[in-house]
Design a protein around this ligand. Structure first.
Ligand SMILES: O=P(O)(O)O[C@H]1O[C@H](CO)[C@@H](O)[C@H]1O
Ligand SMILES: Nc1nc2[nH]cnc2c(=O)[nH]1
Length: 271
């Protein structure tokens, strides 16, 4: 059904602005984290509306732009903004940026997002390296895809990069936690009872994104790292009312740490 999309014109647009040598890394930037693109020596810039194959619609805090350039010697694509199920999109639609990155020959993907912390170590302002996920979104991006869709997800994330990344981040004054990310469809935040239940299921943090893109990356055999930035304690764990504006404001405070993690990751991944 929906696999008849036309990626060709988006691929041609990126090739004409950025050249057609293979890409090293694609990065999807979560809520409030878009400014991490400022660390890139920019060669090309496109509005998502320039790509016919992209879903239409934006969320506050997501610029809806694709930035191409070099970062620590690597050819990178940065997606400033993603597509969420709560915007009315399917998981397959929300994984569009991953299909474009793959069509451009990119073999490595870094996914970032804003999350609510459930584990007591995951206080606002901290990053979690995604070890594994629990997909409670009710959808899977491979529904209706061609080819081998019965993929094994046991080694979806490059967990082997964690020990060194953690050590090197510590040396730069940053503690990087490792944990399990749960994803729900949203857009309402959780109830306190849901957060208690998620904690018992083994979730350390909760989000409304990332897992569809991760599964699509697994389908293509791409190497994947997930970094979740804790913008708030999950519902019922703090007295503050949850607001997207606060998620964005706290998210922006993660940009500096993300820039450090990006630098370390670029070195570790290609050593
Ligand atoms: O996943 P990102 O886009 O980083 O943002 C997270 O923050 C928003 C809720 O405030 C939701 O979109 C949730 O998924
Ligand atoms: N589901 C969910 N997503 C978030 N994104 C940022 N904070 C949260 C949260 O508390 N819950």
């Amino acid at each position: 059904m929906h696999h008849e999309e036309n990626l060709a014109s988006a691929v041609a647009a990126v090739h004409s602005g950025f050249g057609d040598e293979p890409l090293d890394l694609a990065i999807i930037l979560g809520s409030g984290l878009g400014a991490a693109a400022e660390h890139v020596a920019v060669t090309g810039l496109w509005d998502y509306r320039d790509f016919d194959c992209f879903p239409r619609g934006a969320v506050a805090g997501h610029a809806g732009r694709l930035v191409a350039g070099t970062l620590h010697g690597r050819r990178v694509l940065l997606f400033q903004g993603r597509f969420h199920l709560y915007q009315g999109f399917s998981a397959w639609q929300s994984a569009m940026p991953v299909r474009l990155a793959h069509a451009l020959g990119c073999r490595r993907l870094l996914l970032t997002n804003a999350v609510g912390g459930i584990h007591s170590d995951l206080q606002p302002g901290r990053f979690m390296f995604v070890q594994d996920h629990i997909n409670l979104s009710g959808d899977n991006p491979l529904r209706g895809m061609p080819g081998d869709i019965f993929i094994d997800l046991c080694h979806l994330y490059r967990g082997d990069l964690y020990p060194d990344l953690h050590q090197q981040a510590l040396a730069r004054g940053m503690t990087l936690y490792q944990g399990v990310l749960a994803a729900v469809a949203g857009p309402s935040y959780e109830t306190p009872a849901e957060v208690r239940a998620l904690g018992r299921l083994g979730a350390d943090a909760v989000s409304m994104s990332l897992v569809a893109e991760a599964i699509m990356a697994g389908y293509f055999g791409m190497e994947l790292v997930g970094l979740s930035f804790v913008t708030n304690r999950a519902a019922g764990l703090a007295t503050r009312t949850l607001r997207h504006d606060d998620v964005l404001a706290v998210g922006q405070t993660g940009v500096r740490q993300l820039a450090v993690l990006l630098e370390l990751l670029c070195r570790l991944w290609w050593r």
